[in-house]
Design a protein around this ligand. Structure first.
Ligand code: NDP
Length: 368
């Protein structure tokens, strides 16, 4: 079959518009991010981090506040064409400058914007918690799979040197056989009108927010998947902050090796701690999962010493996370914190709530 000159020009033009074709032409160009939700995390924490990235750049902003979006765009040299609202977000499909959409919205909006981004042909980095139910997580994974796009969850601790070193020490058996992990995360949530305290937007209380760090720590410190969970909640329902969601919740995870993890989250005290006890020693992190200043100690042979982790390859955990999905897009590898990882957590979160509600142990391994 003869291919005409016009066909060739047309197909070359079509190819030139796709992000994949652009990436093929300039394989090492930094990939462009659209930040969805210009709030505390998206605007104050993530956007400044592009300056620390090697492979990522800000390409667009998505916001419900046009004046704020224009200001942020102007500050970062973006044109008006790089500004989207929630209403016209889907037209981001026509913007070849945007390769990755970073969802920094309230929890109950994560699924919708991840799925819309995937349908627009974009890779997705979605903040934690991945969504507000396991069913939503499954739909997000399916949408990204159907669109052949990467999906990564904003579990920044997997790019944070202290936590990475703690995982390495635990795996290397520095504390011996792991018997127990304790992880507690919380902060004082003072504003009763905050979306984090509204069930429709947050999906739950402290568990959905800080509890995810405690749960993640229990899994990445042991390197095991829990087989059962027993949970208990304590919330003062007369407190105007806690009419819709829980304040404090604690849960015990049982692991196949026999190790236990006692985890907790709360909105009525500041805490940020991980402790691992092995039969030969202990690994302790406090603060454990902050943006910076995390510290770690290794106790064994009757001595305790502070461990300074080796510097990571990235300037900061945020830059490491932003550049990681870019590398995954380029190489085809799965993100170390994929959608499946977020789904595993959300299944456990649902079991924690169920255990607290029903006052019994919930098996996670399908056994009765
Ligand atoms: P903020 O309330 O500060 O920002 C959320 C933004 O979402 C708002 O500024 C707004 O942006 C947009 N938005 C759209 N619809 C709504 C709505 N109905 N109510 C409130 N905001 C809305 O929240 P955070 O930035 O603290 O949290 C956002 C996400 O990031 C959460 O999922 C949270 O768990 C996660 N997070 C992760 C952290 C981490 O360390 N990994 C740390 C902090 C948060 P606009 O005005 O532009 O429309």
């Amino acid at each position: 079959m003869e291919i005409g000159r016009r066909d060739l020009i047309l197909s070359a033009a079509a190819l030139a518009l796709t992000p994949r074709a652009l990436a093929a032409q300039r394989p090492n160009r930094p990939l462009g991010y659209a930040i969805v939700g210009l709030g505390y995390y998206g605007l104050r924490i993530i956007i400044p981090e592009f300056a620390n990235c090697k492979h990522s750049r800000l390409a667009a902003v998505v916001s419900g506040d046009p004046a704020k979006a224009r200001r942020v765009a102007a500050e970062h040299g973006l044109s008006d064409r790089a500004i989207y609202s929630y209403a016209n977000f889907d037209s981001i499909r026509d913007n070849p400058d945007v390769d990755i959409v970073y969802v920094c919205l309230p929890n109950s909006m994560h699924a919708e914007y991840t799925i819309r981004a995937a349908k627009a042909g974009k890779h997705v980095l979605c903040e934690k918690p991945m969504a507000v139910s396991a069913a939503e997580c499954e739909a997000m994974i399916a949408a990204c799979k159907a669109a052949d796009r990467k999906l990564m969850i904003g579990y920044r601790c997997h790019f944070e040197p202290t936590n990475l070193e703690a995982m390495r020490l635990a795996r290397a058996g520095e504390a011996g056989k792991i018997r127990y992990v304790r992880s507690e995360h919380g902060f004082v949530q003072g504003d009763p009108s905050a979306w984090r305290l509204k069930r429709a937007l947050a999906g739950g209380g402290s568990l959905m927010d800080m509890g995810v760090y405690s749960l993640q720590a229990a899994r990445y410190m042991t390197g095991e998947e829990p087989v059962a969970v027993t949970a208990r909640e304590s919330t003062d329902r007369r407190d105007p902050r806690f009419t819709e969601v829980e304040d404090m919740i604690e849960w015990t995870l049982e692991f196949p090796s026999g190790a236990l993890a006692g985890c907790q989250s709360m909105y009525s005290a500041n805490q940020n701690r991980i402790l691992l006890m092995g039969d030969k020693g202990r690994i302790e992190l406090e603060p454990a999962t902050r943006y910076d200043g995390n510290r770690m100690w290794l106790g064994k042979d009757g001595r305790e010493r502070e461990v300074t982790p080796p510097a990571g390859p990235a300037k900061t955990q945020f830059a490491g996370q932003l550049d990681h999905i870019v590398q995954c897009v380029r190489t085809g590898q799965e993100p170390v914190v994929s959608g499946e990882e977020g789904l595993r957590d959300m299944r456990i979160v649902e079991a924690i709530y169920r255990s607290a509600r029903e006052g019994r142990t919930i098996r996670l391994d399908g056994r009765a």
